[in-house]
Design a protein around this ligand. Structure first.
Ligand code: PLP
Length: 443
């Protein structure tokens, strides 16, 4: 594995990264952005090493993907073995055991002990698309309810579900129909204060569905149990439970999009578990396979099996190499107790973030769970005016010091932290030191 040590040999980005970036600009479509133009050569644990020999601390995990670490040993050997056995048959032509084994694991690990079925796909957006297809087929209803600040992907249907225009939807319409948006129980920005947030958001949600769609036309409600790209918004306590109960009472399916929050990220296998929610359908991707492209929809057997044979699938969905990676990643999470590791990361980072927030009034909110933590930056103490300029300045200062940080949020004013769950404690502390220095120098 790459030595678990931050090391800066050149400026960030260094000369070889700059050369590669010039090639990228000339060869890759301009719409494909770059957060930090540092080109990676090797990575593992909590470190990413670039082509100039710099070693950066990773607080991003490639957006919550490499939770088991990059090139995780079990994933590497499992993938190597699979790649030399066979690489593809198309599961819907001639099947193989690895796909079935991943489905069995998902059925076992997702919330609820009812009978379940799974379908495997290639990306998170594709999983969300299929969850909607399944919900419509199972209910015979068309309408889907999504929330403010939601992110569900970049395909046409998932752009319709995603809330934020720039950069995800801008100029890409028209979007799919029968998608309705309701307010999110966002405690920090709830107009009447966080203590009223859950009840009032729930009341608005039910009255809007009733008045604007009609319960009997509503197939499903889709929600991220902790919103990802929207800014790591943790719904006000109790909100998810009320939504789940109301869905059940109205025969509306609850789809939990656990693509970012799943697989030990929040300290549980799935973020729904914290509030004891049992969704009808769960979408997963990102952390599932240690970096190989894989996604899934898992749901109640009666719901999933409502779709006719041939209605679900795709050429690559559940590719055997990706499945081998997923089996190894899931084994790693269980054997190495990565849910416990996420809680341990929280116990180091959260107090330090809170201390930082006491010192700098521009940190308006500290939130998240496990190794899915964030701070929201505002103009001044007590203000809720977003501070996107400071957010990008702090992030850039961290990058220059060799700490990979990501931003998020509808208003581009959230710094989010998603370290690999296998990161060592010393690197977490050092990353936090860098962040503190960035605030000292910038805020
Ligand atoms: C990333 C993400 C998606 C989309 O996944 P892709 O693999 O990028 O298509 C959907 N939902 C959530 C919550 C996500 O974080």
């Amino acid at each position: 594995m790459v030595e678990q040590q931050r090391r800066l040999r050149t400026e960030i980005p260094g000369p070889r990264s700059n050369e590669l970036h010039a090639r990228k600009q000339a060869a890759v479509a301009a719409g494909v952005g770059t957060t930090l133009p540092v080109y990676i050569e090797r990575a593992g644990g909590g470190i990413a090493m670039d082509v100039d020999g710099n070693q950066l601390i990773d607080f991003g995990s490639g957006i919550a993907v490499t939770s088991v670490g990059n090139a995780a040993p079990r994933v590497v050997s499992s993938v190597q073995a699979q790649v030399s056995d066979f690489t593809h048959t198309c599961f819907t032509i001639t099947p193989y055991e690895e796909y079935v084994a991943v489905a069995e694991k998902l059925n076992e690990l997702t919330p609820g002990d009812h009978e379940k079925r799974s379908v495997l796909l290639n990306s998170g957006a594709e999983a969300v698309e299929n969850a909607v297809k399944i919900a419509r087929a199972a209910t015979g209803r068309a309408s889907i309810v999504a929330f403010d600040h939601a992110y569900h992907g970049r395909t046409n249907l998932t752009m319709a579900l995603t809330a934020k225009s720039m950069p995800y939807k801008h100029r890409f319409g028209p979007f799919a129909s029968e998608i309705y948006r309701v307010p999110m129980a966002y405690p920090f920005r709830w107009p009447t204060g966080p203590e009223n947030c859950a009840d009032e958001a729930f009341a608005t949600f039910t009255s809007q569905v009733h008045a604007q769609i009609g319960e009997s036309n509503t197939a499903a409600v889709i929600i991220e149990p902790i919103q990802g790209e929207g800014g790591f918004i943790v719904p006000a306590p109790g909100f998810l439970r009320m939504v789940a109960q109301w869905c059940a009472a109205n025969d509306i399916l609850l789809i939990a999009d656990e693509i970012q929050s799943g697989f030990c990220r929040t300290g549980d296998w799935f973020a729904c578990e914290f509030e004891g929610i049992v969704p009808d359908i769960v979408t997963t991707a990102k952390g599932i396979a240690g970096g190989l492209p894989l996604a899934a929809v898992t749901g109640r057997a009666d719901v999933m099996d409502a779709v006719h044979a041939g209605g679900l699938g795709g050429t690559y969905g559940g590719n055997p190499v990706a499945c081998a990676a997923a089996l190894a990643a899931i084994e790693t999470m269980a054997v190495e107790d990565l849910c416990g590791a996420a809680k341990h990361i929280e116990s180091i980072m959260l107090p330090r973030l809170r201390t930082l927030a006491e010192k700098y009034g521009v940190i308006g909110d500290v939130r998240g769970r496990g190794a899915m933590l964030a701070i929201e930056l505002v103009a001044d103490v007590g203000s809720r005016e977003p501070n996107p300029d400071l957010t990008s300045a702090i992030s850039a200062a961290c990058h220059r010091e060799g700490l990979i940080t990501l931003t998020a949020g509808t208003f581009n004013n959230v710094l989010r932290f998603l370290p690999p769950l296998v990161i060592g404690e010393a690197l977490v502390q050092e990353g936090m030191d860098i962040m503190e220095s960035a605030f000292a120098a910038t805020a």
